[in-house]
Design a protein around this ligand. Sequence first.
Ligand SMILES: C[S@@+](CC[C@H](N)C(=O)[O-])C[C@H]1O[C@@H](n2cnc3c(N)ncnc32)[C@H](O)[C@@H]1O
Length: 207
Amino acid sequence: MIFFYTRAKSFTWNTQYGPFEQDYVDSNYRYVEEGTGRRYRLGDLTAAKPGGDVDYEWHGARPYKGRHWAYSRANMDLMLGAGRIIFRSTGMPVYKRYLDEQPGVPLQDIWTDIRLHSGSKERLGYPTQKPVALLERIISASSNPDDVVMDPFCGCGTAVDAAQRLGRRWIGMDISYLSVDLIETRMLDAYGAVIAGTFELVGAPRR
Ligand SMILES: C[S@@+](CC[C@H](N)C(=O)[O-])C[C@H]1O[C@@H](n2cnc3c(N)ncnc32)[C@H](O)[C@@H]1O
């Protein structure tokens, strides 16, 4: 179980996304672009409410039944130039929405996709080690680059490693010298010269 606490009413929360289900992809992103293999779907370019320069004829087409274009003529021209608009056989333009540009499905509060397998290369032999992907998700959701992440019981330093990888500053604390030794080695092995000399070891526990 992971608890999420905040000190004040304003806090950082960055929604995290997971991959779409294959069924959803198959039924919604049915087209595959020739040459690139990119999957896409077709999106409406009309809107119900007018706003700005949205009532015009464009390449012989006009929105029907009281609808309007969703974009200005200038933006439609830009999108066409960028290859993002194609024309249906009726002449109606539609937007090409690529699957690989979508963030995915917002994650809910049950996560079943992250595991640390017994044979994983990530394993360091620390008995309570957590998967780095799990800490990356938690840190990405609840902080921004350059924020400070503190793990006061940091064990083999999974949170510290994830924080470093994600461009956060970090503080790791642990009562065990085994943990502190292991984290130093882990960080130097992973980041080498980039990290050497950039962190400080304060009050290391002794045997
Ligand atoms: C559950 S483990 C943390 C595992 C960590 N998340 C990881 O991925 O390796 C808890 C850690 O808390 C440390 N610990 C226990 N009592 C402590 C204390 N009073 N102060 C600091 N660390 C402590 C233990 O040495 C242990 O490494």
